[in-house]
Ligand binder design. Structure first.
Ligand SMILES: [Mn+2]
Length: 222
């Protein structure tokens, strides 16, 4: 098997096609060996197109499942304790997807370990190693993070879910959040991370106005 030396991590795309396309162009230029899709792909304005783009990506592409993928695939609603507006969007998204796309999301693994040559082994999760809904935030106290990653053998843990990029060293562990491709609050562009001999936190600028217009046209009530 070909050694993996350069890896792009793309997390929390959230149905944003223009942001995903811009990031994929950037990744093309980076000549990576592998793309890791870190969950929460479809929940958002354009679930079907995002799923199509991701599922036809060539090369070594690995997926893990986010909480929103689990909820969309399972058509979670208020019965599962969700807010009505979240339940509405889950079902709207599920209705946009094909049975194959829903099955694909449902069957994804919770985590994935990858050995990056010259960097070391990395555990990719969506929330924390314990739960796809638990947040490792940029400011979560180190002692709390240490409890969350207890028992993880990989020196580096990559997680998303909070949509804020960071690269933290906590004790002997490194925790990285690539940020969100499609649903940024503080960032100016679409966020992701490039792993090589080190980690590069990246931001890809894209036409946010055109993206907003496209979102309005889809009719989602986000
Ligand atoms: Mn999430």
């Amino acid at each position: 098997m070909k050694a993996v030396r350069k890896v792009a991590a793309i997390y929390d795309i959230h149905g944003n096609v223009p942001a995903l396309e811009a990031v994929l162009d950037d990744i093309d230029r980076a000549h990576v060996d592998c793309i890791v899709v870190g969950g929460d792909v479809a929940w958002g304005p354009d679930p079907a197109v995002v799923m199509k783009l991701l599922m036809m990506l060539p090369g070594d592409v690995r997926f893990i499942r986010g909480n929103a993928d689990r909820e969309v695939a399972g058509r979670y609603g208020v019965e599962q304790g969700l807010e009505p507006w979240v339940a509405d969007i889950n079902r709207w998204c599920a209705a946009q997807l094909t049975p194959e796309q829903l099955e694909f999301l449902r069957d994804l693994p919770d985590s994935m370990s990858l050995d990056i040559e010259g960097f070391g082994s990395v555990l990719f999760v969506h929330g924390s190693p314990r739960s796809d809904e638990e947040s490792i935030r940029i400011d979560t106290p180190a002692s709390e993070v240490q409890t969350m990653v207890e028992g993880v053998v990989e020196p580096t843990i990559v997680s998303g879910h909070t949509h804020i990029q960071f690269d933290r060293h906590i004790g002997r562990k490194r925790t990285v959040n690539p940020g969100s491709v499609g649903l940024q609050s503080a960032a100016r562009g679409a966020c992701w991370a490039l792993f090589g001999s080190d980690v590069e936190l990246r931001q890809t600028l894209y036409d946010v106005k055109a993206a907003a217009e496209r979102i309005r046209r889809t009719g989602v009530k986000v």
